[in-house]
Design a protein around this ligand. Structure first.
Ligand code: NAP
Length: 288
């Protein structure tokens, strides 16, 4: 399909560093072309110290909106005029809408994950969720799942985690804002983990263990204590089926990988900028 840039083409894009590996330009540009929308999506390699200047410039140039990735996601929160409840609680913005110089920040990662979970039959109301890992992706999912109505959330992390203090205040904020009961456990304490797994309706693998260079490794190899009928997710999409998911499936659990989370976080950003639904099945062809 040809890209036709006109005098009226609206700009969207990605800010972060590095950004050259990103799948977002291919996803959004395919969707713009498919729907014949006069928009384009470009990548801008912007380090954190230059973010404010870059955002001011793009704003003056009339950018419609943009995504933010590391290291700019957290700093971006301070540069928006207002932000969604999820972005505020997560402490990071991955999507910005520019309306006449007024910037609104969103975080669509958790929304993308919850849509993928819903497609796999997960209805959050009153459910218990355990997340392995306490990084950026875990945080976004924890907040969105709580906002969507789960009643119990456990984050299992390493005792010396880089994110320990942030996780303690995150869980406090989640329980204050949503009423969801929260717990932080030591991922290496098998007894504690098994106790949590026995009442978990959804188990989420949110560490990089299982992706290159740790392909073939798994954070958990025994699913026998996991609640019967639970849904198991791995945020990794390369490889498509990690050892974690293989073992969960072999133990009789339904599973899904991170591909649809990637797709749907983009779809939500696309909707925010254009007001249109992303043609997700068309875009998915690019990712497979
Ligand atoms: P991150 O911010 O770096 O956090 C990674 C977390 O994993 C940290 O809590 C880290 O613990 C923990 N961890 C790493 N190795 C571990 C190990 N051996 N044992 C126990 N915990 C370990 O990363 P992220 O951005 O959240 O990404 C996490 C995963 O999700 C990655 O695989 C990423 O590719 C994937 N992801 C997928 C999507 C999607 O759209 N599908 C989106 C975002 C991320 P410490 O703090 O102790 O180091």
């Amino acid at each position: 399909m040809d890209v036709k840039i006109t005098g009226k083409t609206r700009l969207t894009g990605l800010l972060g560093s590095p950004v050259s590996h990103s799948l977002s330009p291919a996803m959004h540009n395919r969707a713009f072309q498919f729907l014949r929308l006069d928009y384009v999506y470009l990548c801008f390699d912007v380090v954190e110290k230059d973010l404010k200047t870059a955002v001011e410039g793009l704003k003056i140039c009339g950018i419609r909106g943009f995504n933010c990735t590391m290291p700019d996601k957290n700093r971006m929160l301070e540069l928006t005029d207002s932000c969604s409840k999820a972005a505020e609680m997560i402490g990071a913005v991955n999507t910005v809408l520019n309306e006449g110089g007024i910037l609104t920040g969103y975080n669509t990662d958790g929304i993308g994950f919850m849509r993928a979970a819903a497609e796999n039959g997960f209805i959050p109301g009153g459910k218990a969720v355990t997340i392995l890992g306490a990084g950026g992706a875990a945080t976004a999912i924890a907040v969105q799942a709580a906002l969507d109505g789960i009643s119990h959330l456990t984050i299992a992390a390493r005792p010396g985690s880089r994110f320990h203090n942030r996780t303690v205040s995150l869980l406090d904020s989640i329980s204050r804002n949503t009423g969801c009961q929260t717990e932080l456990t030591d991922i290496r304490d098998r007894k504690e983990l098994e106790r949590n797994l026995s009442s978990s309706d959804l188990l989420v693998q949110a560490t990089p263990v299982g992706m290159p260079p740790a392909t073939g490794q798994t954070i958990l190899d025994d699913f026998s204590s996991l609640k019967k009928g639970a849904l198991v997710a791995d945020l990794i999409y390369n490889p498509r089926q990690t050892t974690f998911l293989k073992l969960a499936e072999a133990s009789g659990f339904r599973t899904f990988n991170g591909l649809r989370m990637l797709l749907y976080q983009g779809a939500e950003a696309f909707r925010i900028w254009t007001g249109r639904d992303m043609p997700t099945e068309e875009v998915l062809l690019l990712l497979q």
